[in-house]
Design a protein around this ligand. Sequence first.
Ligand code: HMG
Length: 390
Amino acid sequence: MKTGIDLISFYTSRYFLPLQTLADKRGVDVGKFHVGLGQERMAVPPPDEDVVTMAASAAKPLLDKVDKSSVSLLLFATESGVDQSKAAGLFVHKLLGLPSRCRVVELKEACYSGTAAFRFAAALMEGRPEENALVICSDIARYDLGSPGEPTQGCGAVAAIVNAAPRLLTFDDASGLHAEDVMDFWRPNYRDEALVDGKYSAKMYLNIVALTWTHYVEQTGLDVDDFERICYHLPFTNMARKAQAQLFRAAGIKRPSDAQIDEKVAQTLGYNRLTGNCYTASLYEGFACLLDTCEADLSGKRIGFFSYGSGCMGEFFSGVVQDGYRAHLFADNHKALLDNRLELSYQAYEDIFNLKVPEDGWEYVFAQYRTGPFRFGGVSDHKRHYEEVE
Ligand code: HMG
């Protein structure tokens, strides 16, 4: 049996801003956000939520289904890490009570590092049927207030068990790869908000869809018809539609119809439309959405994945959905989470946006907001404190 994804769980903040509210405030026709970008709401993390609490909240349901003592690897992918040295995964390791005989590390390459984590975990779990890897992608997407990127903000985490007997998806071996040093989106160490050359970033993303597809096809000989669905990195949902059109062109289909494009991608987009960009987690949020909400049976079907991280790194890869996968989903949890969030006013969003973790190291305790099972309680002596919510 090949290695792959055994279980997958998604978590996002309990607060959101409707993009209608943002459009009204910015004096923009909401059609630009709803239709042009394909986004409806953005998830906003309260001050006591960060990539650690979202990660642990995403992972907790998985650990009710696998033996904790079998988790020998925790890979944490993020581009909004909480420390320049310590791996965020070590906070999660403690919150979840994982065994000390476990390898824990944090990975970074913009939105791509989640894919590196999945591929590395799959390679490390080969031939180890007794062990499980916990892969976590967790991010908060922040751009300057009033900037073109603002309506694409969001946050969320995906946690997955990767092992040698996966119940959801086995990975195929081939990978179409492309690495190149470009400045399309970046975040210097002294900034909380990303800097981005928006149009250029979208152009690079599309160029790399074609380049990684070509590399993948050279190895496999597969064609676009061999894929039941394709999941794309989702900075906003319309990017997937543009990407699918680009992939069709690279595969020789010059003028794909909207119906052809939708058939491949539409069922991967529902969650992201309601959360916004979750950076490393976005691609896998789309995959969870597909498994949870696609009415057609995907058993035995091949799914394509395109991962893009600005800077930039791209990978096209694939996997095959396993028989019986529907019995192992967290679809009800995901639906309840997205259906039961609190709507923020514009002012509440801006107040939360402007609240910063104090940098002087003095004792600071955060007010309690609505979170999942874990919260970021405060800071003392420059150390972050996390706690379980009663
Ligand atoms: P913008 O330049 O303000 O928007 O921001 P625009 O003028 O290009 O309009 C967007 C779309 O809305 C256009 O459609 C308009 O025609 C349409 P398109 O031509 O693209 O098909 N539109 C309307 N539609 C209906 N009714 C209307 C209306 N008005 C306009 N009334 C931009 C867009 C993406 C540049 C901006 O949101 C941005 O900078 N975003 C952040 C960067 C980003 O998301 N890049 C995506 C690729 S890079 C990537 O994915 C990596 C990333 O996730 C980071 C990482 O890897 O770490 C970002």
